[in-house]
Ligand binder design. Structure first.
Ligand code: SAH
Ligand code: SF4
Ligand code: F3S
Length: 480
């Protein structure tokens, strides 16, 4: 992937997923399951697969032979929804061939549009929001009886903690573990609080058990997932975070403690996590990262804008100064930590001067990567109700390209700085270009490509980096 692809809004790719055929031998009905959007959605698809495989389904990568097609959708920006609508058109062919085949829409777009989906898209039989996957077997039955089936109830409790995800499209080395659901932040541009409901944390015992199980199955890296992992707090006994007294909070498990517990599962298991929120990321988390070799030295810390007035309009809960203080804390407590970010250009009322503040922040922080988005107004959000989407697309796009130019330079400097050094790499699989080359990542999350020699997927190796492109390092194994 070249840098341009990496940093521009191309993160929403549809990906069909399936499990090893050995697990599917005795199943009868076939499901095709395709996921869009963020890692939380991909992780949810593994829960969906688990529920459906317990109900007699196997997976297929060919939607034309499927009895049921599920698309797990994203609503973050309009283009994410457009991709899904186009995809639904492709699925029409299946219904023409097999009128009994069912089409189900899952995830954030299902939650956002609810029954409207069934009205707008005649092809769709089932609509299910992110908290209702346990109801899928009933909903399928209803749809098989010829009724349209829908469940978009959001829950304050559901964490699917007791379900063992069925790993889809897996490389057998890296896996996601969902540690919380929903989001309580109400950033003014964001649809997620409406599609995923209230924030709730999953029982740490079940998270640690899942990590142990993955280690036993040979996995070497887990990524702990939540929209704001730093606000993770589990107190047990069905107690809700917002009702806890200060005393109860002290007894509860916070993110720093959870991270440490997962790190102690095995020194051979790498831990990553996403997403950190600048307003909640405390030094305690940074200290735990610094203390454990197996917690990766990489933090994705979305800034969104470098201007405090815009940050306030976005309802992000921090200022430019606060954010830069968090960056300084990372650099002090975890020297050589990889840092990446998300930036929105052209948020409502953003002036040229305020955009310049984002450029100066980029120059100051020198991110390893940045994911860039043009502001896209989403129905029902605070920004849609309060502000006018008044920055023309051409200006949003020009501002974005100015950010690209700076970020490209920063990424190149960061990647070059790794040349001549030895990096510990976890081998994830073959490189895209050649079966004689492996790819893996260093602790900072930079992709490194090298000749495979006699090593195998899942091995840790030390790679001397000898050259690089703008965002990938190239090298050779010197030891393990
Ligand atoms: N929970 C994460 C982000 C989830 S969405 C966090 O708070 O950082 C991923 C990214 O999509 C956001 O960081 C933001 O940069 C972008 N995004 C969200 N809503 C958007 C919108 N309406 N228009 C453009 N970009 C948006
Ligand atoms: Fe959206 Fe903000 Fe929650 Fe992230 S923290 S999911 S941007 S509301
Ligand atoms: Fe998209 Fe939902 Fe994730 S809106 S980004 S799939 S939480």
């Amino acid at each position: 992937m070249n840098l341009e692809e990496k940093i521009i809004d191309e993160s929403i790719q549809g990906k069909p997923l399936m499990v090893d055929s050995k697990n599917t031998a005795i199943k009868t009905k076939k499901m095709f399951l395709e996921s869009y959007g963020c890692a939380m959605n991909f992780s949810d698809s593994e829960i969906v697969a688990s529920i459906l495989m317990d109900n007699g389904y196997s997976t297929t990568l060919n939607y034309e032979e499927a009895d049921i097609i599920f698309v797990n959708t994203c609503a973050i920006r309009d283009n994410a929804e457009q991709k899904v609508r186009n995809r639904l058109n492709d699925f029409k062919r299946v219904k023409q061939k097999n009128p009994k085949a069912l089409v189900g829409v899952l995830g954030c777009m299902a939650e956002r549009l609810k029954s409207q989906f069934l009205e707008q898209e005649k092809l769709v039989d089932i609509v299910v929001g992110p908290d209702s996957y346990r109801d899928l077997p009933n909903l399928i039955e209803e749809a098989e009886d010829g009724h349209k089936a829908i469940n978009v109830i959001l829950s304050k409790e559901e964490t699917y903690a007791d379900l063992t995800p069925v790993r889809l499209g897996t490389n057998g080395v890296t896996a996601y573990i969902s540690i919380m659901r929903g989001c309580d932040n109400m950033c003014s541009f964001c649809v997620v609080p409406f599609t995923r409901g209230r924030e709730r944390s999953r029982d740490p015992e079940s998270i640690v058990a899942e990590a142990k199980d993955l280690v036993e199955k040979g996995y070497k890296e887990v990524t702990l997932l939540g929209q704001n992992v730093d606000s993770y707090l589990y107190s047990g006994g069905g107690l809700k975070k917002e009702t806890l007294t200060e005393e109860q909070k002290k007894l509860a498990t916070n993110f720093a403690q959870l991270l440490e517990r997962v790190a102690l599962v095995s020194p051979d298991l790498r831990i990553r996590f996403s997403t950190s929120h600048p307003k909640d990321m405390g030094d305690d988390v940074l200290e735990v990262i610094a203390k454990h070799e197996n917690i990766c030295k990489y933090i994705h810390l979305p800034v969104q804008s470098g201007n405090s007035r815009i940050l306030e309009a976005m309802n992000r809960g921090y200022t430019r100064e606060w954010y830069l203080n968090r960056i300084a804390a990372i650099n002090k407590i975890i020297p050589e930590c990889g840092i990446s970010t998300d930036i929105i250009t052209g948020f409502c009322t953003e002036t040229e001067e305020e955009h310049q503040d984002t450029l100066s922040l980029l120059r100051e922080v020198k991110y390893d990567y940045a994911f860039l988005f043009m502001y896209n107004e989403r129905p029902k959000t605070l920004a849609e109700r309060k502000f006018k989407d008044d920055v023309p697309d051409a200006i949003k796009s020009r501002r974005q390209s100015e950010i690209v130019a700076i970020q490209r330079e920063n990424s190149a400097i960061k990647t070059k700085a790794g040349v001549g050094k030895v990096h510990k790499v976890l081998i994830e699989g073959f490189s895209k270009k050649s079966d004689d080359m492996f790819m893996g990542r260093n602790t900072q999350n930079t992709v490194i490509v090298f000749p495979k020699l006699n090593y195998k997927k899942g091995d840790y190796v030390n790679v001397l980096v000898t050259s690089c492109t703008s965002s990938t390092m190239i090298g050779e194994i010197v030891s393990h």
